[in-house]
Design a protein around this ligand. Structure first.
Ligand code: HEC
Length: 167
């Protein structure tokens, strides 16, 4: 259960962090003006290159803010994983507006399929999406979710506090 909470927390934090970057309000807490440190946690997780196996790759490595939250690597047309022998089949798209994408659906007015995440819309929510990169062998390549949780627990900074009290 804790694993699920942490993965969702990563995703939710990342979602709020996108909002914080762009100055947009993405949560009820933000709208109501309640102080909320989840954007800071999300930002920290988003840029933390120690969360890959081996270390060296963060979400931001492929979704770099200064590259429009897309892949800054223009050498090849697909994103590279933390393991240099493992490249993906696709390039990282911008995620600057990801928090605003509706679930994948057919819009009868537009007569188009819109929304969802990934190039093929296969994931409906950011929560589902965020579980992928940590474990994908072509991305951050952790062996399993328990490994990430165990690692987060060894850290002596802010993560530890958040993990310990289950927030
Ligand atoms: C190795 C590079 C790489 C890393 C690291 C990475 N991503 Fe991605 N990301 C991609 C690629 C490639 C896609 C598109 C995959 C597809 O369409 O099948 C993607 C898609 C996404 C999408 C969907 C965007 C859309 O509009 O459909 C989101 C959101 C996202 N990534 C967030 C994250 C988060 C959060 C992390 C860290 C936990 C992360 N990514 C780490 C390469 C990466």
């Amino acid at each position: 259960m804790l694993r699920v909470v942490i993965i969702i927390m990563v995703c939710f934090g990342a979602t709020l962090a996108f909002g914080a970057y762009t100055g947009m309000r993405t949560s009820n807490a933000a709208v109501s003006g309640v102080m909320d440190d989840r954007p800071l946690l999300g930002r920290k997780l988003f840029f933390d290159a120690s969360l890959s196996e081996p270390t060296g790759q963060a979400c931001a490595s492929c979704h770099l803010p200064t590259a429009g939250f897309a892949d800054p690597d223009a050498e090849i047309p697909v994103s590279r994983g933390v393991n240099p022998l493992h490249v993906g089949k696709r390039n990282a798209p911008t995620i600057a507006y990801a928090a605003f994408s509706p679930p994948f659906h057919f819009d009868p007015n537009e007569k188009l399929y819109i929304g969802g995440f990934f190039h093929d819309g296969r994931t409906h929510t950011l929560e589902e999406q965020a579980k992928g990169p940590f474990l994908n062998p072509q991305e951050m390549a952790n062996p399993d979710a328990a490994d990430i949780v165990a690692f987060l627990r060894t850290l002596s900074d802010g993560y530890r506090m958040r993990v310990a009290d289950g927030r």
